[in-house]
Design a protein around this ligand. Structure first.
Ligand SMILES: Cc1cc2nc3c(=O)[nH]c(=O)nc-3n(C[C@H](O)[C@H](O)[C@H](O)COP(=O)(O)OP(=O)(O)OC[C@H]3O[C@@H](n4cnc5c(N)ncnc54)[C@H](O)[C@@H]3O)c2cc1C
Length: 617
């Protein structure tokens, strides 16, 4: 793994500042300016020239002698110089040394080889980090109890990281790289990491965070199930993938299950389905417990048993200082534990495990999957919401209208209505609850069956969406009014077209009932005053032309904007979009100031950051 750096030719201060503040925007900057700077392992090496430290550093990208030394170390020792590009005088090792030495006021000889290490042993930035780590641990009251990161040589480069990991470090071109890099939303499939650390144990995660601290100019992202809609678990830097840490164990005596950070909904179901106990979780088998829990966690048990995060009892997490701590609802980590229940993934550290309270699911449930023809949609959608509210903690629904096939601008008589869900009770009671809707219009499909909780879970799972997509979500306070449903149907009929059938243009996920038992500030999940999440989605496939995609994305924005008059100004952080306006308030509402304060306490230097991460106060 070599380092390559191209020269900044553009107004460098702005670029440097932008990169410094938003390293995750490197790709966008490169697209715009052609030649910004790159730390790529492969082709771009050829563009490399020796002006790297001198060109990059003045703009804040190389902070401190330690990094300058690290960059030079790899650059000078691992590869020959490439020919200089036009307009730049060739630089030799000697001239780089002397220029860097003069910039950092040290002897140029001290920069070479072993001597260099001796002279520049405690870079200022590390010194500051040590201070910050101390401050963080102090703020949490953890200085004496927190286990330090393993005492191994801090990796200065990826080869060293590779050697230190119990898991595997995968570089481009190596076996499994493309598969490991691929995110759920194919829209971000071309965001390829410079390396993927497939962590196997907690200490691997700690090593990766140490590495990230030592290479702060290189972005990184954490990935568990990889289902983040907005691609926040993709990066061009180091991808810290915890998927292989996926064990689930349970303790029926204590009524808890402990789930490693890489486990997904299916792993949890596989482990628990032999028991009469469950953790309320999501629909998609491959969604990670990490992302699901940290953002809240909706599922077909939410109205009956609460969100996934509401069952969380404690969580182990590697913080920015690479210490592993247990966050729980008491003691110095109380606030952090509060933030982990709805504050969203990737903000406070890397969670390595979650301990949940188990819920008794021994009683049979009734599933229902009903589709109505394209008639009386407003009446039907109104009625289905009323049924949900009437049986607030007993029934759990996902209700939507959708077109009967692909094609632009579907007509009203092509928009079907469906509801899918489970009723916590026997079939006769479920039928009685659903009777008004079954009587209003004769369904074209009707599947209502009593079964065990675990059979129902298998029935209700969803497939991974196919293709590339963007979406918006908002919350509905009471019910989506008739006027709002009319507006929704209108926007569906305005869909500009593309190759895929748009099955998710307007969905209502029931999220009242038990979810509303908690107050808005009991946990970081703020949306306790709503009965439904309303989701609007657009999806496309590779055959769709860029203009088609642009039209869809414009349609989605306009649709979202128009619907706001009927909705709460809140969005579910687990349904994120990069185009969501006022996202901070939408995701966190009045809990934002507390989240920002906790962020400052545990990650003062904002190591964990991405386009929509919580800013430290
Ligand atoms: C097909 C599909 C179905 C879905 N169904 C549901 C559903 O039924 N209910 C529901 O509530 N949501 C659902 N979602 C949304 C889902 O909950 C979120 O996308 C969730 O954040 C995904 O978690 P993940 O671990 O799979 O994703 P990732 O992309 O791996 O992670 C999500 C975020 O958390 C961060 N992160 C990941 N692991 C960790 C960790 N160990 N520590 C700290 N941060 C971490 C990532 O960096 C990223 O920012 C669905 C999404 C999809 C694509």
């Amino acid at each position: 793994m070599f380092l390559s750096v191209a020269t900044i030719h553009q107004p460098a201060t702005d670029l440097g500042y932008l990169l410094h503040k938003h390293p995750e925007r490197l790709h966008e900057i490169e697209q715009t300016f052609g030649k910004a700077w790159v730390f790529y392992p492969d082709a771009s090496e050829r563009r490399c020239e020796a002006a790297l430290v001198l060109d990059v550093d003045p703009f804040g990208l190389v902070r401190g002698k330690g990094q300058a030394r690290g960059l030079l170390d790899q650059y000078v020792n691992n590869r020959p110089y490439a020919p200089p590009t036009a307009g730049h005088a060739p630089l030799t090792a000697t001239s780089i040394y002397s220029k860097v030495a003069s910039r950092y006021s040290c002897n140029d000889k001290s920069l070479r080889g072993i001597t260099m290490h001796a002279k520049l042993d405690l870079p200022r930035r590390r010194f500051l980090q040590a201070g910050a780590a101390f401050a963080t641990a102090g703020a949490l009251g953890l200085s004496s109890e927190a286990p330090a990161a393993p005492r191994v040589h801090t990796p200065h480069n990826l080869e060293a990281l590779r050697r230190s990991l119990k898991g595997r470090l995968i570089l481009p071109g190596e076996m499994g790289y493309l598969m490991a890099a691929y995110p759920n939303n194919a829209r971000y499939a071309d965001v390829l990491p410079m390396a993927i650390a497939m962590c196997a144990v907690d200490t691997d995660v700690q090593l990766c965070i140490k590495w990230a601290n030592d290479h702060r100019h290189i972005p990184f992202a954490i990935r568990s199930g990889g289902h983040n809609y907005a691609g926040f678990s993709t990066t061009r830097g180091l991808l810290i993938d915890v998927k292989a840490m996926n064990k689930v164990s349970y303790d029926l005596k204590n009524g808890t299950a402990t789930v490693q950070c890489g486990a997904n909904n299916q792993n949890m179901a596989d482990a628990l389905s032999g028991t009469n106990f469950a953790v309320p979780s999501g629909r998609c088998p491959t969604v990670g417990a990490s992302g699901l829990t940290l953002g809240g966690g909706w599922g077909f048990s939410a109205t009956h048993a609460g969100l996934t995060c509401d069952s969380l009892r404690e969580s182990n997490i590697v913080l920015a200082n690479s210490h592993l701590v247990t966050a729980k609802n008491e003691g110095p980590t109380k606030d952090l534990f509060w933030a982990l229940r709805g504050g969203g993934g990737g903000n406070f550290g890397v969670n390595t495990s979650f301990t949940f309270e188990l819920h008794d699911v021994s009683a049979p449930v009734t599933i229902f999957n009903i589709v109505w023809p394209a008639q009386q949609q407003i009446e039907m959608l109104t009625l289905l919401q009323e049924i949900q509210l009437k049986f607030a903690t007993q029934i759990s629904t996902r209700t939507k209208a959708f077109p009967d096939g692909p094609g632009a601008k579907p007509k009203l008589d092509q928009l079907l209505v469906t509801t899918l869900g489970q009723f916590f009770g026997p079939i006769d009671q479920a039928r009685e609850a659903l009777a008004p809707a079954l009587d209003l219009v004769r369904p074209i499909k009707q599947d209502i069956r009593q079964m065990s909780y675990w059979q129902a879970r298998d029935y209700l799972i969803t497939d991974d969406p196919n293709g590339m997509y963007d979406l918006r979500s908002s919350y509905v306070a009471e019910t989506l009014s008739r006027e709002a449903i009319e507006a929704m149907l209108h926007w569906m009929m305005e869909w500009p077209g593309g190759s895929l059938t748009q099955e998710n243009m307007g969905i209502l996920f029931a999220i009242g009932g038990k979810v509303g038992d908690k107050k808005w500030n009991d946990t970081a999940y703020v949306h306790r005053n709503a009965n439904f999440i309303f989701e609007m989605e657009a999806s496309w496939a590779p055959i769709d032309k860029p203009e088609t995609v642009d039209r869809q994305r414009r349609w989605l924005s306009d649709y979202y904007d128009h619907m706001q008059q009927f909705l709460l100004p809140q969005s579910y952080v687990n349904f994120p979009s990069r185009d969501l306006p006022k996202w901070q308030h939408a995701y966190y509402g009045d809990n934002l100031p507390k989240l920002s304060r906790i962020k400052r306490e545990v990650d003062r230097e904002n190591l964990f950051r991405f386009e929509q991460s919580i800013p430290p106060a």
